[in-house]
Design a protein around this ligand. Structure first.
Ligand SMILES: NC(=O)c1ccc[n+]([C@@H]2O[C@H](COP(=O)([O-])OP(=O)(O)OC[C@H]3O[C@@H](n4cnc5c(N)ncnc54)[C@H](OP(=O)(O)O)[C@@H]3O)[C@@H](O)[C@H]2O)c1
Length: 200
């Protein structure tokens, strides 16, 4: 089995790569600094990466950014940046990845708890996460060749607490390894159109 992990060097991505790696599984981790490289905000870059990687059984995304800003201060440009990166980037990974996926393959995208439970200044991140979840639920109804699509929505990650912890007061962090198991469930399971919430 060949599995592509986009963002596989990140806090969550590294745990996902570790969880998916097995004796009968080749995991290909790509990001802006890999070879081949990919920038999910650039469709030419996404297409070139897929051409270089070839056919895979699963596409996994553990990347995507959105600006943090209060609603009253948010600009159309900041919303557009969030749409182009985490939302549009993952949609384009899906659309451009379909010809490179084997029959019965899977796509797993990432969102986060902010779609349902906002924190201060998370209006763009929450909006983007909601869009990704709606995209996956809709796309699951008509993807061809038995291809499945799911989303993993983690709570704040334990390993990220030094960076983000103060922004999530009272949230119960989950270890990256626990979030990674939801990706394993999506890739190796049979479900489609699901949002796997890794919250506790
Ligand atoms: N950390 C948390 O607590 C948490 C909780 C819930 C949801 N999430 C979501 O999970 C995702 C990953 O979070 P993380 O904390 O693991 O991030 P991270 O540690 O910053 O890692 C991001 C990964 O994505 C790659 N990357 C960044 N921009 C890219 C681009 N434009 N194109 C391709 N690859 C790119 C990075 O590598 P390069 O720099 O080499 O490109 C890296 O591999 C994000 O969407 C985040 O919102 C995070």
């Amino acid at each position: 089995m060949r599995i592509l992990v986009v963002g596989g060097t990140g806090t969550i991505g590294a745990a996902v790569v570790q969880a998916l790696t097995g004796s009968d599984t080749e995991v290909i981790s790509v990001s802006r600094s890999s070879e081949p490289a990919v920038d999910i905000t650039d469709t030419t870059s996404i297409s070139a990466m897929y051409e270089a990687v070839g056919t895979v059984d699963a596409i996994v995304s553990t990347t995507g950014a959105a600006p943090f800003v209060a609603t009253s201060e948010a600009t159309p440009e900041q919303f557009a940046a969030g749409f182009a990166d985490k939302l549009g980037g993952q949609i384009n990974l899906t659309l451009l990845g379909l010809p490179h996926l084997r029959d019965g393959g899977s796509i797993t995208l990432i969102t986060g708890i902010l779609a349902q439970h906002p924190v201060k200044n998370s209006v763009i991140a929450g909006t983007v996460n909601g869009g990704i979840e709606a995209f996956a639920v809709s796309a699951a109804t008509d993807l061809p060749r038995g291809i499945r699509i799911n989303v993993v929505s983690p709570n704040v990650i334990e390993e990220a607490l030094p960076s983000y912890g103060s922004a999530f007061p009272g949230f119960h962090p989950v270890p990256a390894a626990q979030a990674a198991q939801a990706f394993v469930r999506s890739v190796h399971g049979v479900e489609t159109g699901q949002v796997f919430r890794v919250w506790r």
